[in-house]
Ligand binder design. Structure first.
Ligand code: HEC
Length: 129
């Protein structure tokens, strides 16, 4: 597979995820948050780790959630993602990329610098997108 085909495949999947998270995100926001089990010693699940990263990022961009992701975040390359609201980009990262691969955000991102070029061995480098 050459670079162009990979780029197209990634762009196509991002477009599908955009539509999907629009529906899923709406459904989720209408549901009550599930009660968390108060077990202090329990290891957080992958989903809990991802939700915590999304919450942290949401606090950092508070008030700008509906602005285009390309304006809110520093290093978005893919045109369709640039135009998506910042909150939806986080849904795509959480419910699309991470859940689909069964990984947490740190698989592709540096914990303290999500804008940095993606460095994980199996992750798509942002420059491909
Ligand atoms: C499979 C790899 C992968 C996973 C897992 C992943 N991301 Fe991303 N993320 C990317 C890529 C690739 C981009 C760049 C997209 C672009 O340039 O269009 C990105 C961009 C971002 C950005 C924009 C950063 C900036 O400043 O430009 C944020 C914020 C982000 N991701 C948050 C998250 C969060 C939160 C999680 C976990 C819930 C997560 N990501 C999981 C691959 C991933």
């Amino acid at each position: 597979m050459d670079g162009d085909r990979i780029r197209w495949a990634l762009a196509a999947s991002a477009i599908v995820l955009l539509g999907w998270t629009q529906v899923t995100g709406r459904a989720q926001s209408q549901q009550a948050q599930p009660a968390t089990t108060p077990m202090a010693t329990k290891e957080p699940s992958t989903q809990e780790i991802n939700d915590a990263f999304v919450q942290r990022t949401s606090r950092q961009i508070a008030g700008h959630e509906q602005e285009p992701a390309g304006q809110v975040f520093k290093n978005i390359q893919l045109e369709v993602l640039k135009k998506a609201p910042a909150a939806r980009l986080l849904l795509i990262m959480n419910l699309g990329y991470s859940r689909a691969l069964g990984v947490n955000c740190k698989y592709c991102h540096e914990e303290d610098n999500f804008s940095k070029e993606i460095s994980a061995p199996n992750a798509p480098p942002a420059r491909w997108l």
